[in-house]
Ligand binder design. Structure first.
Ligand code: HEM
Length: 429
């Protein structure tokens, strides 16, 4: 096979990204050839020590020098539908659980190996006579602002695969859907293909260097403006420890799905022409963080100097004042208005950039105890109050709204690990 990467003269890491976006057997093979991965440890035979929470990733993640969790670099979202639209039975459930356990034995449960979650949509639960209990705050996805008209994800399930190695996420996807008999030296005897069929896939990456290497896409000007050391296309650090909810805060506290969480997923298209070619650095800092950060020069480069908090907590109270006086409000500043009674953020963001469809994008993946927490945060970020009361427009100078378009939305329940295989809405009944 000709090596497409060397033909186009792209770097090994760039190729890893392209390979994840392409997926499949040949991308996997090319990727294992080119990606200099260490020997990736397999998972244990005995899985009994695995955490209850599927989303308990933070303990497995590395932290940077400031104590921020470092997300895995490569991501695949595999959307699945029940074959024939039927109602799952015990055999199907066992098969799915066996396939997931096979994956857990194939790679160690950390970013060097594989981290994953599986979630189910309201459309999945609709096929049952019973409703989900009130302790689960799942709701149908819908448009959340007047400016958007997203397609709504109605697939039954989504598996989020994440690893620092491209070959791991591609290989895991292939194994899961029945396209591999062996992976990482482990026999793949179980897969979901008899029960579930693949409906869609989305891919992406996050981490220093990756957005710069992948900026040759629609939505980013040809001047290659994305900073070399930026983890995301828009040029700033994200996911500061103090600006994220904890895993405890986003976990469902009671009922049959205690230890689970809800996942909101939006597909966002980025248009960064103006951001990089017309806006000043000061405007970018004001729009992403808050005007005070820009005036006082608080953000150096991508903002690593901020340490483990963006520092927008204080600016959150000044949103209307800033809008009136500076004529601009920051994205993080607005979103930081959504806090609970303990002053904690209510969402845990695990989003990542994407080149899917050949456009610069971001898969905004967030975890929260209830989808209502996402809706509230997004309401604060939308900031209709600001546009009503000040000269700031609904998009112009209103955070980063001008540079993004939400094209899809989906909501999912991530059950606790013990109930992750095709759950019924009332598993205790
Ligand atoms: C276009 C995509 C987006 C980019 C590039 C982006 C980037 C950022 C950055 C750089 C920060 C500040 C650093 C930090 O606190 O970690 C931030 C904060 C935040 N963003 Fe976004 N964001 C995006 C979309 C969204 C969306 C769709 C939401 C949904 C409501 C959101 C919610 C938040 C929240 C809750 C915070 C933290 C605010 C707090 O301190 O509580 N972001 N974002």
């Amino acid at each position: 096979m000709t090596d497409p990467a060397s033909e186009r003269g792209i770097s090994r890491r760039e190729f890893a990204k392209a390979a994840v976006a392409i997926g499949g057997a040949s991308a996997f093979a090319a990727c294992t050839d080119r990606e200099q991965a260490p020997d990736i440890p397999t998972g244990p035979d005995d899985l009994s020590s695995f955490p209850t929470r599927q989303h308990a990733w933070n303990d497995a993640l590395a932290t940077d020098e400031h104590g921020n969790d470092v997300p895995p670099r490569h991501h695949v979202l595999v959307f699945l539908n029940l074959r024939n639209g039927g109602t799952p039975d015990g055999d199907g459930r066992e098969q799915v659980e066996a396939a997931l356990r096979n994956l857990e034995r194939t790679y160690q449960r950390d970013p060097e190996g594989l981290l994953f979650t599986v979630g189910y949509s309201p459309a999945y639960f609709d096929r049952f006579d019973a409703d989900l209990p009130d302790s689960v705050g799942l709701q149908q996805p819908r448009a959340l602002t007047e400016l958007e008209d997203p397609e709504l994800d109605q697939q039954d399930a989504v598996v989020h695969l994440a690893s620092d190695y491209a070959q791991v996420v591609i290989g895991a996807e292939e194994a899961l859907v029945g396209n591999r008999e062996e992976l990482n030296g482990v026999e793949i005897t179980e897969n979901v293909s008899g029960v579930l069929e693949k409906a869609d896939r989305r891919t992406g990456f996050i981490g220093d260097g990756l957005p710069a290497e992948n900026q040759d896409v629609a939505g980013i000007p040809d001047s290659e403006p994305v900073p070399e050391d930026s983890p995301l296309y828009m040029g700033f650090e994200s996911g500061f420890e103090k600006n994220q909810a904890s895993e405890d805060r986003v976990s469902i506290a009671e009922g049959p799905f205690a230890g689970g969480t809800t996942q909101q997923l939006s597909k966002i298209r980025l248009q960064l022409q103006q951001w990089y070619e017309q806006d000043s650095r000061e405007h970018r800092v004001a729009s992403m963080f808050c005007p005070a950060h820009a005036e006082e020069g608080r953000v150096e480069g991508t903002g690593e100097n901020l340490g483990n908090e963006s520092g927008v907590g204080e600016c959150a109270e000044d949103v209307i004042e800033d809008a009136s006086e500076s004529g601009v409000v920051g994205h993080a500043q607005k979103a930081a208005r959504a806090r609970d009674e303990n002053d904690s953020p209510i969402m845990l963001r695990r989003d990542f950039d994407s080149t899917d469809d050949g456009v610069a994008g971001l898969h905004f993946l967030s975890l929260q105890r209830s989808i209502a927490d996402f809706v509230e945060t997004r309401r604060q970020m939308t900031g209709d109050d600001i546009a009503e009361d000040t000269a700031v427009g609904t998009t112009t100078n209103n955070g980063i709204k001008r540079y993004m378009t939400v094209t899809r939305r989906g909501n999912f329940l991530l059950p606790p690990r013990s109930r992750r295989a095709l759950p019924t809405p009332r598993p205790d009944a």
